[in-house]
Design a protein around this ligand. Sequence first.
Ligand code: ATP
Ligand code: MG
Length: 592
Amino acid sequence: MTVNDQDNSLMALWGILGPYLRRQRSRVVALAGLVIAGIAIYLINPLIIRRFIDQAEAGRPVATLLGAAGLYLAIAIVQQGVIVLTAWVGERASWSATNALRADLALHCLRLDMSFHKQKTPGELIERIDGDVNALGVFLSDFFLQLVSNLLLVLGILAVLWWEDWRFGLIVTLVVALAAVYVQRLRPLSTRRWARVRAASASFYSFLEERVSGREDLLPNGAALYTLRQMQRRLRALFLAWRSAEIVNAAIVSTPNLSFGLAMAGAYALGDSLFADGAVTLGTIYLVFSYVDLINDRSWRLVDEIHHLQESQASIGHIAELLRQRSRLADAGAGDLPAGPLTLAFDDVTFQYEDDTTPVLHDIRFTLPAGSVLGLLGRTGSGKSTLIGLIFRLTEATAGRVRLGGMDVRDVPLRALRGRIGMVTQQVQLFGASLRDNLTLFDPDVPDERLIAALNELGLDSWFAGLPQGLDTPLQPGGSGLSAGEAQLIAFARVFLRDPDLVILDEASSRLDPATEQLLERAVTRLLAGRTAVIIAHRLATVEHADQILLLEQGRVLEQGERARLAADSASAYGQLLRAGAGLADWELLDA
Ligand code: ATP
Ligand code: MG
């Protein structure tokens, strides 16, 4: 890393944190005042002792000596106060700034499109939003404060030394400069290593997150040992990176000790000859030594903390990169969707994933009138979920357009668009919280009566009555302790509470036992009343009540039309499947 890069990364740091620090100007100003007060105290203390020594040597009365001692004591007490206050204000400022940054980063990530989220695992995002920001916080409250105050202190000491005697000033300045140059040279070695540490740590955490959330699949399949071995490999990589960074750090840290040995020797020789000539007092020699000691102590700490600078430089890079990511979805629309159930139309929509060579969806064209239900069928990988993602604008059509309520979905603000759509997927995300919070998604403003009314309306009253603590029944994170069916009942109620105008069920009933499925069917019928809906299903029974059917085959519309008409048509693929009493296994019929 060159001096230029460092400037750049300091600029980048300021670019990221500046706006947050500016918001708490008063704390920053208070902090600056405290830092300056602290430095002044450090400078004054040895001066008082020098006076004490010189007065004692000159045989001044005890009262004078006691005065100096009292002053020293008083200043020591003030000093403690200043140190505590500095830490308090410093932590407050740094935590407020970094918490605001954390919140903004999280929001930024949420706004990025699906292609971003597919690339990044949750573990990686946690490392960015928490780990990297943490490093910045430590940098701010520990290192930056230390850096500024210690630099000022060293400058202050050098100034006093030059003032006392230019020869002392010269010796100490030379040694400090030498140590600074040396550390500066070594620092890049360390920066690279800390970047590797953070990369290894991100890789470890994303691995951990993924495997822990996949434990239900890993354990029964006997993959536990293999997973542990892989974890060990990553831990080892992390350990090696960490060790190498720490070793270089230790090498840098020991530098000042050497040079200050030199400074002490020089000052000692000079002091000796000056004292012998009567040019300086004993007190002044004490002053020089205690200042050199102070510089030594400070630069030692500074260099020891320097890895925070390296870490934060690496973190700044990561955060800046994350902030540079722009969602591919422009959210520039300002249109208003019409009220009530929405018409859904695909106008020759083609979609291709960015890194693929062939489209996943080809020229999809259909119109679903407001208030009707579309059964979306097709075998695995035919593009059903992809088609749904286009309605939500999780992804963007490569060609053609998707219209909702007659409007191109790109012309509607994302929030407004998604606010009108409710979706239940195969994987219901439940949180470790009460049933109430899981239903309202932590919105405390939804009254209990509304929740209970929604459950009743979905026909879930008897299910609900069986819950031991009603709405306060605690659910476990990830829905463990609930059956897949029960989790889906909750997801239905969630969507119902949002009162959407377009409902999407992505194989929502695929994992249910017949009894729960019946319960759900009733729930679905009520949920869909008066709304436009798209139901994705593998089983034909699931779309029994749909008004229309759309059959996808390798991303193309194989068949589309009114369900009743297709069911009666002997040439229809859907009709044939139906007559064969088909489940998934009979997709082969289509090939014939
Ligand atoms: P299933 O019935 O199994 O849910 P589906 O009909 O919903 O399948 P999609 O998830 O839409 O199928 O996938 C359609 C095709 O797009 C598949 O071939 C899949 O491999 C591909 N695909 C899905 N997601 C991505 C992605 N992020 N990048 C590249 N290709 C993808
Ligand atoms: Mg799917």
